[in-house]
Design a protein around this ligand. Structure first.
Ligand code: PLP
Length: 446
């Protein structure tokens, strides 16, 4: 194992490294330096082993240290480390991955466009959606509707589609022709009515927005099946059927951002299958390669693909690393391993229900106002008063997140909501450990 000089690394890190989503000035005594990992645990340079309750950034679904994925990358890099798929070339890993993905996707999806990340996938969505309506003879249909507090990435298009207020405030003018509607966040915004009534109301804000903008201008609606980065917001059952009805009724495209929910997180290949919806486009990334190499894509339904292919001519869009051979080879092996190891069935029938049961035991903690989970996604709402459900002043979430690290677990804070998204290979005993460590972190915070 490599030896690391933590002190020098920390100094160099704070002097030269601008971290994503970080207040560099507030790094204080410096970053925790992560040097290795195995299974569902990460190791830091000071010898601590920490349970990774976030699977990296919602992506290391098969866990760390998978030789099979390393070998797939090495074999492909030896044979063909790079070539592109531009113009009239292609290479075997991209072709095989495209076939595999479209076999796994619902029947109406038979094409994929590769990208390098979730953000690039959503940039691609914007370009594809607008091109589709141009080709349909309705070029004025340019507006894409997203949701407040949705997350679709950090590029200009991703940040614009997303509804994260600080990103909009810091980024200067966002993309024009993007609108946002309510999020189906019952605990935060809808407790004066039942979850089902609120879910319906939140969905109907899409219809209102379409009417307000004029259907002749609206191109698509984009949403995550379960809002992840916004705080694991699980919509009430009434929500998605109503969204699907509205999209069908007005003929607008439905885009399900599967970057987190795809590849087993909810016990199905895609989160939209869990909710029984039929998206026209599905941006993907993260779990596609279990995070071992960067790769994303957009799964394209027949309604859009047929128009783009039959009438579109050349699509002036693509990335140097669209379908990168090593990334594609790793993604393909990752999907094969998921099948061989029955990961979906495991999450659906064993670890998902077990996690739901154990995670729910945290409801009795004095800091917890609501516990929710679906598949292997979980959230805890921190409250100052369990009876009135009054919220804390901002800051308690970040404090709890730091206490998690001290306790030996990674959980993420989203405002006053704590979220987890562990690797899908987590065992029942490790779920017990996760819940025990989460409780200890809450105790430290109380
Ligand atoms: N879409 C969703 C739903 C995400 O959660 C994320 C990242 O967290 C993205 C898109 C952006 O992906 P990336 O960070 O790979 O650009």
């Amino acid at each position: 194992m490599q030896q690391h000089d933590t002190h020098t690394l920390r100094q160099d890190d704070s002097r030269h490294h601008l971290h994503p989503f970080t207040d560099t000035k507030a790094l204080g005594s410096g970053s925790r330096i992560i040097t290795g990992a195995d299974g569902i645990y990460i190791h830091d340079s000071e010898g601590n082993r920490i349970l990774d309750g976030m699977a990296g950034l919602w992506c290391v679904n098969l866990g760390y240290g998978r030789r099979e994925l390393v070998e797939a990358a090495a074999a492909q890099m030896t044979e063909l480390p790079y070539y592109n798929n531009f113009f009239k070339t292609a290479h075997p890993p991209a072709i095989k991955l495209a076939k595999k993905l479209t076999e796994l996707a619902p029947g109406h999806i038979n094409h994929v466009f590769f990208t390098g990340s979730g953000s690039e996938s959503n940039d691609t969505v914007v370009r594809m959606v607008r091109r589709y309506w141009q080709l349909k003879g309705q070029p004025q249909k340019t507006v894409i509707i997203g949701r407040r507090n949705g997350y679709h990435g950090s590029t200009l298009a991703g940040a614009s589609l997303g509804g994260m207020a600080p990103m909009h405030e810091q980024g200067g003018p966002m993309l024009p022709d993007v609108a946002h509607i309510a999020q189906p966040y019952w605990f935060g915004e809808g407790r004066e009515m039942s979850p089902q009534e609120f879910g319906l109301l939140a969905a109907q804000s899409l219809e209102q927005k379409i009417k307000e903008l004029g259907v002749e201008r609206v191109a698509a609606f984009i949403a995550e099946p379960v809002q992840g980065a916004g705080g694991v917001i699980i919509p009430p059952d009434s929500y998605w059927p109503e969204i699907q009805r509205i999209c069908d009724h007005y003929g607008i495209l439905l885009v399900a951002d599967e970057v987190i929910c795809g590849f087993g997180r909810l016990g199905q290949w895609f989160g939209s299958q869990h909710f029984n919806i039929k998206p026209d486009l599905m941006p993907i990334a993260k779990g596609l390669s279990s995070g071992y190499l960067p790769i994303g894509g957009v799964l394209v339904g027949d309604r859009v693909a047929e128009v783009l292919i039959e009438q579109g001519g050349e699509f002036y869009h693509g990335f140097t690393y669209s379908g990168h051979p090593a990334c594609a080879a790793v993604a393909l092996r990752n999907l094969e391993l998921m099948e061989e190891e029955g990961i979906l069935e495991r999450v659906r029938e064993l670890t998902g229900p077990y996690f739901a049961k154990q995670w729910a035991t945290l409801a009795d903690h004095p800091l917890v106002g609501e516990v929710r989970s679906l598949g292997l996604l979980g959230a805890l709402e921190l409250v100052a008063d369990k009876t009135t459900l009054a919220r804390f002043e901002p800051g308690i979430g970040a404090q709890c997140r730091d206490n998690c690290f001290a306790t030996g677990i990674v959980m993420r804070s989203v405002g006053e909501t704590m979220v987890v998204s562990p690797p899908l290979v987590i065992t029942e005993a490790q779920i017990d450990e996760l819940v025990r460590l989460a409780r200890q972190s809450l105790d430290l915070t109380a």
